[in-house]
Design a protein around this ligand. Structure first.
Ligand code: GRF
Length: 203
């Protein structure tokens, strides 16, 4: 499956996916890595693996619609047939989502529907939860809202802060995101209302 991966920062989830593709565990190819930030370390990671990159600085577009159109054009030009959001810190516009409906995945560092939006780890600590985790979901028009593909949990320990909890969650993200992408690439995911059905392998 030809993929476009969108990043804004470190790109450690991108790295986890690259590593699993190179190990032959995901039947996909990353056609392009796109970033809204020129200094995103994810771009360096992509380049190291010979993956084409492009930067689309949000501030250089007259408005959100223009940015969204440019992003969509870049994904289309790459030949990608699915889109992986890996720490991409911008909401996709309606036009983009319509063009890749049911073919966009995101990862969120909390157990949705708890703590959507920014700084989920900090929100979870502030609330005083005993358990948190990560969620991979399909993307729809609402933030952190589409059908869930996979979730996994970690304990929030008494002395955790957002950083220590976040590190524990991130390690989990690196396991579940490649798994979700592998299922998508194998054509095993089907959306059924609020749910995602996982077809048996080889079916
Ligand atoms: C992760 O915590 C992810 O859940 C959130 O942004 C962070 C990205 O980390 N959406 P990285 O860029 O993949 O290292």
């Amino acid at each position: 499956l030809p993929l476009a991966v969108l990043v804004s920062g470190s790109g450690s989830n991108l790295q986890a996916i690259i590593d699993r593709i190179e190990a032959g565990r995901i039947d996909a190819r990353i056609k392009v890595v796109l970033s809204d930030k020129a200094d995103a370390h994810g771009l360096v990671r992509a380049a190291k693996h010979g993956i084409p990159t492009r930067v689309l600085p949000f501030g250089e577009y007259p408005d959100r619609a223009a940015f969204d159109a440019a992003l969509l054009a870049a994904v289309r030009e790459s030949g990608a047939r699915a889109v992986i959001l890996a720490g991409f810190m911008r909401l996709l516009g309606k036009g983009f989502i319509a063009a890749y409906r049911d073919r966009i995945l995101n990862i969120h560092p909390a157990l949705l529907p708890s703590f959507p939006g920014l700084r989920a780890q900090e929100q979870a600590i502030g609330y005083g939860v005993a358990v948190s985790g990560a969620t991979v979901h399909f993307v729809d028009e609402k933030m952190d809202n589409g059908p869930i593909v996979i979730q996994a949990a970690v304990p929030a320990l008494p002395d955790d802060d957002a950083k220590s909890l976040g590190a524990r969650i991130l390690a989990l993200e690196h396991r579940i995101y490649p798994q979700a992408v592998a299922w998508l690439a194998a054509g095993r995911l089907a959306i059924d209302g609020r749910k995602t059905r996982l077809a048996p392998s080889g079916a």
